[in-house]
Design a protein around this ligand. Structure first.
Ligand SMILES: Nc1nc2c(ncn2[C@@H]2O[C@H](COP(=O)(O)OP(=O)(O)O)[C@@H](O)[C@H]2O)c(=O)[nH]1
Ligand SMILES: [Mg+2]
Length: 347
């Protein structure tokens, strides 16, 4: 299975494209679609709650193997710029640009836009992404099969990558959770690493609540175990849905903390913040407000950051956060009308 995040500005064609790529499933501020063909599964995440909130966008990107950046054939807007900034911070392993709604444009203008995107994204990861023009207009229908084929190729490559994750301890970030009458608490998520087994005892982090995996479903079929790369529904014993939050991690062991010292790189554009600032922190699918306690540049404490620079940032989060070494944190400020992503950091 290949997990795909659709990113892009408002009305850039994400939802229409998702509906042409797959069948709609779970729905919240992120909507999931999937498409099954033989051994290949494309699982699409459409962050419908973006741009109102940056959270669904960050969640979608953190869930995905491949990011598809949708740019309206009419051109880029401020939110498309914000998406490029986020991509440059997160540096997704795989990405594709699609120029959408090509039926409203012409090949010459599409080519010009392609060059413009490359120019704006110069020096970021997005600069080197393949461009696939698409139209979902029934008469024009362009690029959809090509896009699917490219995603299938990624799926085949990822099958090998996922095999190398099977030996690691199981880790499942929860993206949705609810109570089902007669079954109890059910969670939905992707198995990030390892293998989850029915009847296994694991812990929910950061709340450190022990649970038992009652049963496992993959694509509505009961299974005894599910490997890295799978999408699962888990019925879990020992907890209620109301005790859970998106981003909680089902795992054998995680670190839990409220105080962090992060090695940060600030955003290329508007990556400025100050000591004492209230920020919003994302890691995995978790999110929480937090405070900038201290900023250190080359061993010296400073009052504020500049864009495109490296700092050590001491951060206190409002609530406990679960993490493992190497996890990426994203700092944002929600009140900026144009560019809300400040920095990325790891422990
Ligand atoms: N002509 C044309 N219109 C499109 C196409 N894709 C999407 N649209 C229209 O563009 C608008 C925004 O699309 P939507 O998928 O909702 O964008 P989102 O906000 O990124 O999810 C809607 O009115 C769609 O009907 C396309 O390929 N061709
Ligand atoms: Mg939409």
């Amino acid at each position: 299975m290949v997990k795909v995040a659709l990113v892009g500005g408002e009305k850039s064609g994400k939802t229409t494209l998702a509906s042409k790529l797959g069948k709609k499933g779970t729905e919240s501020d992120i909507v999931l679609y999937d498409f099954v063909k033989g051994d290949n599964i494309i699982s699409i995440v459409d962050p419908i709650g973006y741009p109102k909130s940056p959270k669904p966008l960050v969640n979608a990107v953190n869930m995905a193997d491949v990011v598809v950046f949708c740019v309206d054939a009419a051109g880029l807007d401020a939110r498309a710029g914000e998406c490029i900034i986020l991509m440059d911070l997160v540096k997704p392993k795989h990405g594709i640009i699609t120029i959408t709604k090509t039926d409203t444009s012409n090949p010459y203008a599409v080519e010009e836009l392609k060059n413009k995107i490359k120019m704006i994204a110069k020096g970021t990861v997005v600069e080197n992404w393949e461009v696939i023009p698409t139209s979902t207009n029934v008469k024009a229908m362009e690029g959809i099969d090509k896009l699917k084929d490219v995603l299938f190729e990624y799926d085949n490559k990822l099958k090998e990558e996922h095999k190398t994750l099977l030996d690691k301890p199981v880790r499942i970030p929860i993206d949705h959770h609810f109570n089902v009458t007669g079954i109890g608490c059910v969670i939905l998520g992707y198995v990030d690493q390892g293998v989850v087994n029915a009847k296994e005892k694991l812990t929910v982090f950061p709340i450190k609540h022990e649970v038992e995996i009652r049963s496992i479903q993959m694509h509505d079929v009961d299974v005894k175990q599910a490997p890295a790369g799978a999408r699962v529904g888990l019925a879990i014993k020992g907890i209620q849905s109301k005790d859970l939050d998106r981003g909680h991690i089902i795992s054998a062991s995680e670190n839990v903390a409220e105080d962090f010292s992060l090695k940060c790189v600030t955003a290329k554009f508007k990556g400025e913040f100050k000591k004492g600032d209230k920020v919003h922190v994302y890691t995995g699918l978790q999110s929480t407000p937090g405070n900038i306690v201290k900023i250190i540049a080359n061993g010296n404490e400073v009052e504020e950051t500049k864009s495109s620079s490296a700092y050590e940032v001491v951060l206190k989060t409002d609530k406990e956060v679960a993490y493992s070494p190497g996890d990426r944190f994203i700092l944002s400020k929600l009140d900026d009308p144009k560019q809300r992503f400040l920095a990325t950091g790891t422990i």
